[in-house]
Structure formats: C-alpha cells, structure tokens
Write a protein that binds this ligand. Structure first.
Ligand SMILES: C[S@@+](CC[C@H](N)C(=O)[O-])C[C@H]1O[C@@H](n2cnc3c(N)ncnc32)[C@H](O)[C@@H]1O
Length: 223
C-alpha cells in the first residue's frame, strides 16, 4: 500500500509538471511569494556553503537562484519532465533520480556537498533511508535543511496525527490531478531527522505576514 502511494506521488509530479512549472514561475503561490522562497534562500545563504545539493529539485527555481548567487549546485528529482525544465533554466547539474535510487547509489550525484536542501520535497512516508544516505555525500560539519508545510497550519481541520492525506491543489491555477502526501506532526519530523543520525541545531517557523500563522517549518540539522 505504501509502495503504491509512493509511486502515485512520483507519477503525479510528471502528470502535474506543466501546471507546476506555470504556478511556480508565474509566482501564483502566495505562500511561496510572500514567505517560503525567501525563508529557504536566506537560510542556505546564511550557512555559507559553496556546494549545494537540491533534493527533489522540481523545475529548479532554487538551484537557479543559488547558481546566480555563485554556488555550485546539483539537483535530483524523479520527475523527468521537471528535470528537463530545470536543465533548460540553469546550468546546475541535474539528475533524474528517485530518492529510493539515490539511497542505493548516493555518489551518483557527486559528493562533498556543504548543504543538502529538501524544499517541500519530502512527501512520502518512508524518508529515513534518503536522510541517512545523504550523510555519505555531505561533508563532515555540513548541513541538511528541510522546509515543509507547517504541521499546525496543515492540520487545522484534521486530527494532529501522522498519516496519508490527499492534495487536490484546490485554488491552484490550471489543471491538476490529486496527489497523496504523508502528513507528519512536529515531533514526528524531529524523530525522523534524529533517527537518521542528524543533529537538529535550529528550527524556524516563518510566519505569514497577513494571517500571522506559521506558513512553514524549516529544520536545520548538522552531521
Ligand atoms: C512540491 S515539489 C517541490 C520542488 C522544489 N523543491 C521546489 O521547491 O519547487 C516536490 C518535488 O519532490 C519530488 N519528489 C517527490 N517524491 C520523490 C521521490 N520519491 N524521489 C524523487 N523526487 C521526488 C517531486 O518530483 C517534486 O518535484
């Protein structure tokens, strides 16, 4: 069952690729425009790492910004459609690779990265193998950054417990097919990161400027 859901997650990013590219590049997503893009960029830049790995890079906006800022960037994603778009956008090195494939052969994307960034890209139930395998390509004293929907805001109308949910992309411009995704509570996120032998050193809860609610959670962890 979990395997089927994971496959559905991956498939949906190819199915929704055109709408996703349009939504990201036209800045149609308010939370990204007002809060979360800047929040993750500032966090990466503050850490002063040169070599960045963009995990679940999508259409490559973050890789592009980091390349512009003078970083060396590699990214990978299971969606061939989105990787194609990323390659057209910037000269970072991009790989069509699922997290499961990466966990079996981490060096295939390079090594000695200073920072791995997962920006809204951890959507499945089993993430520990990916998080553990990132140790092999991040240099000692390097960082792991995870930005995700804030667990409190995402559960206002639903029970606060881990489990699969469905994203229907309601309110997003364009045509979308629904995608399963795995909701985690705050403590569940902490547990996943800690159990993969990363040391959480900081977390941020960027607020929406109008509602005052936390828009996302950013976890910062070290080797
Ligand atoms: C919400 S998008 C975020 C993309 C990008 N990080 C950004 O900030 O725009 C989630 C991304 O995670 C990728 N993804 C989800 N599950 C994956 C998996 N098992 N292996 C590789 N990529 C995956 C999807 O293909 C998609 O590009």
């Amino acid at each position: 069952m979990e395997k089927d859901l994971n496959e559905k997650v991956k498939r949906s990013w190819n199915d929704n690729a055109a709408s996703w590219v349009n939504a990201v590049r036209s800045e149609a997503l308010e939370s990204r425009r007002l809060v979360t893009n800047d929040a993750i960029l500032k966090t990466v830049l503050r850490l002063n790492g040169q070599r960045i790995l963009d995990v679940g890079c999508g259409e490559g906006w973050l890789s592009h910004k980091l390349m512009e800022a003078g970083h060396v960037v590699a990214g990978f994603d299971s969606s061939s459609e989105l990787v194609e778009q990323a390659r057209r956008r910037t000269d970072a090195k991009f790989f069509v690779l699922s997290y499961e494939e990466f966990a079996r052969a981490p060096y295939s994307v390079g090594h000695d990265f200073d920072i791995a960034v997962c920006n809204f890209s951890l959507l499945g139930e089993t993430i520990a193998p990916l998080l553990r395998s990132l140790h092999q390509v991040i240099r000692p004293a390097g960082h792991l950054l995870i930005q995700t929907v804030h667990p409190f805001t995402a559960s206002e109308k639903l029970p606060y417990q881990d489990g699969w949910r469905e994203e229907t992309f309601e309110g997003f411009p364009g045509e979308w097919s629904a995608m399963p995704w795995y909701f985690r509570t705050m403590s569940s996120w902490m547990r996943e990161v800690i159990s993969a032998a990363w040391h959480i050193v900081e977390w941020q809860e960027p607020l929406h400027p109008v509602t005052g609610k936390p828009t996302s959670l950013i976890l910062e962890a070290k080797h």
